[in-house]
Write a protein that binds this ligand. Structure first.
Ligand code: ZN
Length: 438
C-alpha cells in the first residue's frame, strides 16, 4: 500500500512537472538555396525532440517536433527555385507540431540538430538534396584539349548562415568577399588563357571539405579563398596572403585567424567532422609529400599576389604567412587564402564595400596570378604557347622604374617611351607597358 502510494505520488509529480516544462520555441526560419541543396534552418530557444519520415506520391518530408511552439511563419520563406511546393504546419496534439514539406520532385533529405555556438542558438536543420545526374564535368571538355585554359577556383569565404566577420554599418564579410570573387572570376574569364570557377555562387554555406571537392571536380589548377576578417581591435588593418602550414603558424595573428576560419564549419552548420576524417599514418606521410610540392607553388604564387596588392592596400605583413587553414588543405591543388583587409577597421570596411576598391583588389590578385603562371606555365596550357606573346606586355608593380623595366627586357628607356607613346618616365602601378620586339 505504501509502495502504491509512493508510485501514485511519483506519477502526480511527473504530471505537474511536465506541465511546468516550458515548451521550446521556433523563433526564426531561414532558407538557403545552393546549386544542389535547399537548406531550411529552424532557430530554437532550446533543443527539441523530433522525428522525421518521408512519404511518396506525392513526395513529402514530414517532421514531428514535440513540445514546441511555432513563433515564426513559413510563409515568409522564398520557395522559388527550390523543390518545395509548399510548407504546411499543424498541431498534432496540444504540444507537438507537424511540419510537412510538399515537394515537386524527389529529394534526399537529412534532418539534424545543431547546438548553440558563438553566432547562433540551437537549430534544427533540414537539408533537401536535389537528385540529379552530376554535371560537374562541364568544364572537362575545355580542359582536356591541348592548349587548355588554366582553371582558377575562386572561393568566397563563409555564406548562408555563416555571415563571417561583421563590420560597422551591418557590413558582412560573406557579402563583400562574394562581390570580390565575382569580379575576379570575370577577369579570368575575360582572359583567353584562363577560366574562373566560383566555388560558392550565392548566399549559402559550404563546408570546407565541400569547397575543396568542388575545386577538384572543376579540375582546378589553383584555389584562392577570399576573406575580409575582423580583429578584436578596430585599429588592426592591412591585407594578408596566407598559405597552409602543416607545422605551426608563422605569427600570432595567423594562428588567430586560422582558428577563427576553421570554426566556420560549426557556425555554418556542416555536419560535424567525424574521427573517420583522420588520415592514418601512411596516408599522412603521402599527404605530407604531395603537400610539400603544392605548398612551394602556393608560396611562390603568393609572393606575386602580395607584390601586386602592395601597390593598392596597406599590407599586414610583407611576406606570405602560413597557418593551418582547413580550407587550404587540398593535397594536390596549390591554394592561397587572401584576407582583403580588416572589416573591423572602419576605414578598411569603407574601402572594402567600395566597388572601385573591390575591382582594384580583384585586379591585383588577377595580375599576381597571371605573372606567376607566366613564370611557371603548366605544360599543355594555352598560356605556355602564348607566353612569348604575352610577355611583351609588362604590368607595372610597386617600386618599378622605367629603367628597371628597360633593363629587364634588354631595351632602352627611350625605346619604351617611344613604343608606348609616353611623354615622361612617370609610371603607375598596374600600368601596361608594351615591350618592343627585338
Ligand atoms: Zn573569413
Amino acid at each position: 500500500m505504501f509502495l502504491m502510494l509512493r508510485f501514485l505520488t511519483a506519477c502526480l509529480m511527473m504530471l505537474i512537472f511536465s506541465d511546468f516544462v516550458e515548451a521550446s520555441k521556433i523563433e526564426g526560419l531561414r532558407l538557403y538555396r545552393s546549386p544542389d541543396r535547399t537548406r531550411i534552418v529552424l532557430d530554437l530557444n532550446q533543443p527539441v525532440r523530433y522525428q522525421t519520415f518521408t512519404l511518396e506520391d506525392p513526395s513529402r518530408v514530414v517532421i514531428d517536433i514535440s513540445n514546441v511552439k511555432l513563433n515564426a511563419g513559413f510563409e515568409a520563406l522564398d520557395l522559388s527555385d527550390t523543390p518545395i511546393d509548399r510548407i504546411r504546419t499543424g498541431m498534432r496534439d496540444r504540444t507537438s507540431l507537424r511540419i510537412v514539406f510538399d515537394l515537386t520532385k524527389q529529394v534526399s533529405s537529412k534532418v539534424f540538430s545543431l547546438q548553440s555556438n558563438e553566432r547562433y542558438g540551437n537549430r534544427l536543420v533540414v537539408d533537401l538534396y536535389d537528385i540529379k545526374k552530376r554535371t560537374s564535368k562541364r568544364l572537362a571538355g575545355i580542359i582536356q584539349q591541348v592548349n587548355r585554359k588554366i582553371v582558377i577556383a575562386i572561393d568566397a569565404g563563409h555564406g548562408g548562415e555563416d555571415p563571417g566577420a561583421l563590420g560597422p554599418g551591418r557590413i558582412r564579410e560573406k557579402v563583400i568577399v562574394l562581390q570580390i570573387a565575382k569580379r575576379l572570376k570575370k577577369l579570368f574569364d575575360d582572359d583567353s588563357d584562363f577560366i574562373g570557377v566560383l566555388i560558392r555562387e550565392g548566399d549559402y554555406y559550404l563546408a570546407h571539405r565541400r569547397r575543396t571537392e568542388i575545386a577538384h571536380n572543376s579540375l582546378a589548377d589553383f584555389f584562392i579563398s577570399i576573406h575580409a576578417d575582423a580583429f578584436s581591435s578596430p585599429a588592426a588593418y592591412g591585407a594578408s596572403v596566407y598559405a597552409l602550414s602543416t607545422k605551426g603558424a608563422t605569427s600570432e595573428a595567423a594562428r588567430y585567424l586560422a582558428s577563427k576560419e576553421n570554426r566556420a564549419d560549426l557556425i555554418g552548420g556542416a555536419v560535424s567532422l567525424s574521427l573517420g576524417d583522420k588520415p592514418d599514418a601512411l596516408a599522412e606521410v603521402l599527404l605530407d609529400l604531395s603537400m610539400t610540392a603544392t605548398l612551394s607553388s602556393s608560396l611562390a604564387a603568393g609572393e606575386y599576389v602580395l607584390k601586386n596588392i602592395d601597390g593598392l592596400a596597406r599590407l599586414h605583413k610583407k611576406r606570405v604567412e602560413q597557418a593551418g587553414f582547413l580550407v587550404l588543405k587540398s593535397p594536390d591543388i596549390p591554394s592561397l587564402l587572401i584576407e582583403a583587409g580588416f572589416i573591423s577597421n572602419p576605414r578598411e570596411a569603407k574601402l572594402l564595400s567600395d566597388t572601385t576598391y573591390q575591382q582594384n583588389m580583384a585586379e591585383a590578385i588577377y595580375r599576381g596570378m597571371v605573372q606567376y603562371y607566366l613564370d611557371h606555365p603548366p605544360p599543355g596550357s594555352a598560356l605556355a604557347v602564348n607566353k612569348a606573346e604575352r610577355l611583351k606586355t609588362y604590368i607595372v608593380l610597386k617600386g618599378d622604374t622605367l629603367s628597371q623595366i628597360a633593363q629587364k627586357y634588354k631595351t632602352s628607356v627611350d625605346n619604351l617611351l617611344r613604343y608606348n607613346n609616353l611623354s615622361s618616365n612617370q609610371i603607375r602601378v598596374g600600368q601596361r607597358i608594351s615591350v618592343p620586339p627585338r
